[in-house]
Write a protein that binds this ligand. Structure first.
Ligand code: SAH
Length: 262
């Protein structure tokens, strides 16, 4: 029996029509789909009816298959000769642990391919009307995780330095620690009036966004009930959502379908 191939596929931020053509084709051809909670059911529904579906996800610190077990499952399925699609929300190499899974496959001499997906920071910004770079406002963009406890002494992120960078900051998994993060950015010199856009469930029917400032965002987003999954975009460009916010406006006016099935 020949060994199968594992495709580490980015499923994009949620909306089916932001899937790449390659992802769509591979999902339709797969013998097995291994996925987590961020992948929309409409996307998993593109798999063959007889394809095996394996859920390995977790939500907000709930049940989760240990990473080692996920890697072991991918290797075992490929060794059984299967064509495996490992589907991940957004892009597999942006806070998706795709790197670890690819390393494990390489070590086990399993053939693999990586299929990029639209990462949620790009999608959230585009749908909220925030150009991440702009000739007048920002020449650099940083992707950060807010998941690490910002108070732990060995935290790898020095938030004060990012407060001085003048770049657009896109924070993944930042809702729980938003109070500490925004305080540390200000301690580093960022103005409390710096605009912030919080975009929850971007591109889906549950899309919500909030425009605030670094000084107020923690309180305001808590009061408005914002939570994961959300991207926090910090920088002068965030204020442009005030006039470029096309998606929320169109959805609330009921003039546009939020998602178009392929
Ligand atoms: N690999 C993914 C990120 C996984 S980490 C990617 O490239 O997008 C999980 C985090 O991604 C969430 O906590 C949230 O910060 C962000 N996220 C994923 N989907 C999102 C969505 N539709 N809207 C806003 N944020 C999202």
């Amino acid at each position: 029996m020949t060994t199968g191939t594992v495709y580490l596929v980015g499923a994009g931020p949620g909306s089916v029509d932001l899937l790449t053509l390659k992802a769509c084709r591979l999902i339709g051809e797969a013998d097995v789909i291994v996925h987590d909670y961020l992948v929309a059911p409409e996307i998993i529904a593109l798999a063959r009816p007889d394809a095996e579906r394996v859920f390995v996800g977790k939500k907000g610190g709930g049940f989760c298959c240990p990473q080692r077990d996920i890697e072991g499952t991918l290797i075992r399925l490929a060794q059984e000769g299967k064509r495996v699609v490992r589907l991940k929300g957004g892009d597999p190499f942006i806070f998706g642990r795709g790197g670890e899974e690819a390393e494990a496959l390489a070590e086990a001499s399993i053939a693999f391919e990586i299929v990029p997906g639209v990462t949620s920071a790009l999608a959230a910004a585009a749908y909220a009307g925030v150009p991440l770079t702009h000739r007048t406002h920002a020449s650099a963009v940083v992707f950060l995780t807010g998941h690490e406890d910002p108070l732990k002494p060995d935290s790898t992120l020095h938030w004060e330095s990012y407060g001085r960078l003048g770049a657009t900051l896109c924070i993944y998994m930042g809702m729980k620690n938003l109070g500490t993060i925004s305080q540390r950015l200000q301690d580093g010199g960022m103005s409390a009036e710096t605009p912030v856009a919080v975009v929850q469930s971007a591109t889906t029917g549950d899309h919500r966004q909030l425009l605030s400032t670094v000084g107020r965002v923690a309180l305001e987003s808590e009061h408005a009930g914002f939570g994961a999954p959300a991207i926090v975009v910090i920088g002068e460009v965030a204020s442009l959502a005030g006039k470029l916010s096309w998606f929320e406006t169109a959805v609330s006016a009921g003039v546009r379908e939020w998602s178009v099935a392929p």
